[in-house]
Design a protein around this ligand. Structure first.
Ligand code: TSJ
Length: 657
């Protein structure tokens, strides 16, 4: 009877416990990102079923008990007993790490989700998980729990009982409900916004599938239920992205497949100066770009240059136009499907697979050529080329202006460097740059700082609005030039994150309308011309206090109106209250204590969770359509509130790590 264990048995026995030992290895982090990753993992499986044509609807419900439920109306996970393991396929999916690799035979071809970690990881990191399968008029159910044994060791995701038949049903599909384990995650609260936005994005990327969002925790009925279904898919996506802009052509749509890479593309030009490329791999946003983006850009530049020559817009002896020229005013969504994606970079937001670049390049070159050869697209093709020729001319003129400015600058380099009070430390990871509104606050910050790792750059007046200008014009602005010089990274196409001199870039502006405006201008600049700085999490917003409550030696600072009554109660009768109208009213010690000292200050990290939303808001706040901006500002008039930073990309809340 002595059963001999082989390697695969050991994996079965230890698989899920290994996940609990090192959750970060499997879901990236145990913070908010990892927590939400649990949902995406399960949702991926449901989307797979729908994308293969077996389901039409995917829904996600957030419950008051902290659990999340994901449903599809597909075939249901197979319930048959696995011949080798003697348990149902459902159970295998939830208890075996990387079940995908092992069950790729005819009946159990299970993809394991596009994020690739599989449903078993979600099970391992949940307090409990239930799965309901509705298949062949039968309702099956199984429940898993993570329980402590008598030594207090946690056994992860154990089946409470085998898969059971509960009864008859006419329904079809799979329902998975799980509660993330608070022993694993720092915070188990699902963000309504995060889930809702991601479902909307998935609905654009997977046109024709209906996504339903339910949040049972919300009181407001409007926030409890949302449905997203975009029949047009990427076409609808690019039009949505351009909603606040002025499009100058119909969307250009194409798709293709080559050497294992599938690509879908939607492009629409607008009259703006900025380039907006949103790329995805297997439904995952690649905000740091990668090989698919490079292939796309290369093909665009080549095909449009060839076309420009063919129609005589470029003469034989003239140089090719640059890629930037053809991408000015371009909004594009590219969605690639890649077999074994490798995600690299700071936030795993860059595709590394080298084979994808030539595949994407070939698909785009072929399809775009077909588009341009079609007679009914002549006008659009001509317009795009003319636009690029104009962009090149302006760029050339700006380059000359910049050379002049640079020469001038060399003579006057002193004032530019002189503004920055650098720190003495030489470790970029530890160093912080405070960009401070106004000379007087800059002075206080300079005196109050810890000069070993904190540098101060005061801004005089307002930098110009980067949204309405080309990079060339932005570079003529002294405030932006001093920021670029201080950071050491270069800007735009030349931006190089690895030469960043300060790993925290902290914007410090007054808590009033002017301060909010300066903040928005700076964030717009970073968003448009140093996006990797933001996406890698280097940009922060300093939070100066609004009030100081004092009695004798007892002092309390309040960072929002809501905190004031409690602070007054704590300090007690006979207090004095100071309301800060600006940073300049604080002396150096107070500024240090409340806003700059890493022990006790509040910083908001700016994130780019939702690039589409971030772009919308930047366009809305800084662009040239006045009406939507007025509405937005009217709706978000309280500039002291942390929520105001949502515009520039769903700024994550919370204190720095
Ligand atoms: F991740 C998961 F396992 F938890 C999960 C899987 C969660 C959810 C919400 C849905 C699913 C899922 C899996 N939905 N649909 C399926 N389909 C299959 O697993 C399936 C069904 C039939 C066949 C077949 O060949 O007959 C093959 C597969 C992969």
């Amino acid at each position: 009877m002595a059963k001999r264990y082989d390697a695969s048995d050991i994996q079965v026995l230890e698989g899920l416990d290994a996940v609990r030992m090192r959750p970060g290895m499997y879901i990236g982090s145990t913070g908010a990102r990892g927590l939400h990753h649990m949902i995406w993992e399960i949702v991926d499986n449901a989307i797979d079923e729908a994308a293969n044509g077996y389901a039409t609807e995917v829904s996600v419900t957030l419950y008051k008990d902290g659990s999340c439920e994901v449903t599809d109306n597909g075939r249901g996970i197979p319930v048959g007993i696995h011949p080798k393991l003697g348990v149902s396929a459902v159970e295998v999916v939830y208890t075996q790490l990387h079940a995908g690799g092992k069950f790729n035979n005819e009946n159990y071809a299970y993809s394991g989700g596009l994020h690739g970690v599989g449903a078993s990881v979600v099970n391992a990191l949940s307090e409990w998980l239930t799965v309901d399968v509705y298949q062949d008029y039968t309702h099956y159910q199984q429940r898993f729990e993570s329980v402590a044994d008598k030594n207090g060791k946690i056994l992860s995701g154990k089946p409470v009982a085998p898969l059971a038949k509960l009864g008859n049903t006419r329904k079809r599909g799979t329902v998975v409900r799980f509660k993330p384990d608070p022993r694993v995650f720092e915070d188990t609260h699902f963000s309504s916004e995060t889930v809702r936005r991601r479902l909307r994005e998935l609905a654009y990327l997977n046109g024709g599938i209906k996504f339903v969002f339910e949040d049972e925790r919300q009181k407001d009925p409007d926030k409890r239920h949302r449905e997203y279904l975009f029949a047009g898919g990427l076409k609808d996506f690019v039009q949505y992205l351009n909603a606040e802009k002025n499009p100058v052509c119909e969307p250009i749509l194409f798709e293709g497949q080559r050497d294992g890479t599938r690509l879908r593309v939607a492009i629409q030009y607008t009259d703006s100066y900025t380039e907006n490329l949103f790329s995805f791999v297997n439904n995952i946003p690649t905000s740091e770009g990668g090989t698919h983006e490079i292939g796309f850009k290369t093909a665009i530049t080549k095909v449009f240059n060839d076309y420009a020559r063919k129609i005589g817009a470029l003469k034989e002896k003239e140089n090719n136009l640059s890629g930037d020229d053809f991408r000015e005013g371009m909004t594009a969504v590219i969605a690639a499907s890649v077999q074994k994606p490798q995600f690299e970079g700071q936030t795993k937001g860059r595709l590394g697979n080298t084979e994808v670049r030539p595949a994407v390049e070939a698909i785009v070159a072929e399809q775009l050529m077909l588009y341009l050869e079609d007679l009914k697209n002549q006008a659009a093709g001509q317009m795009i080329v003319e636009k690029a020729v104009k962009a090149a001319k302006v760029r050339e003129a700006a380059r000359k202006a910049r050379d002049v400015a640079r020469q001038k600058n060399q003579l006057e380099a002193a004032p530019l460097v002189g503004k920055l009070s650098s720190c003495t430390g030489r470790t970029p990871e530890e160093n912080e740059l405070f960009i401070v509104e106004g000379d007087s606050a800059g002075g206080s910050a300079k005196q109050g700082r810890d000069r070993r790792f904190q540098a101060i750059l005061p801004l005089r007046g307002k930098p110009l609005n980067a949204e309405k200008k080309r990079l060339d014009q932005v570079l003529l602005n002294e405030e932006f030039r001093s920021i670029i010089t201080a950071l050491g990274t270069g800007v735009g196409e030349d931006f190089d994150l690895s030469s960043l001199k300060y790993h925290k870039v902290i914007i410090l502006s007054d808590a009033d309308q002017d301060g909010a405006h300066i903040r928005a201008i700076l964030l717009t600049f970073f968003f448009r011309y140093m996006r990797a700085l933001v996406s890698a999490g280097h940009v922060f917003i300093g939070m100066p206090p609004l009030y100081r409550v004092q009695k004798g030696s007892t002092v309390e600072y309040c960072y929002d109106d809501a905190a004031l009554p409690a602070a007054i109660r704590r300090v007690g009768r006979g207090y004095t209250l100071q309301r800060y109208k600006g940073l300049g009213e604080m002396n150096p010690e107070q500024l240090w204590e409340t806003t700059m000292n890493p022990q006790g200050r509040k910083l908001m990290q700016v994130t780019l969770d939702d690039l589409a939303e971030a772009d919308h808001m930047v366009t809305l706040l800084m662009g040239d359509k006045v009406e939507p901006r007025k509405e937005y500002i009217a709706e978000h008039a309280n500039f002291n509130k942390v929520d105001d930073f949502e515009p520039v990309g769903g700024v994550a809340s919370g204190e720095e790590a």
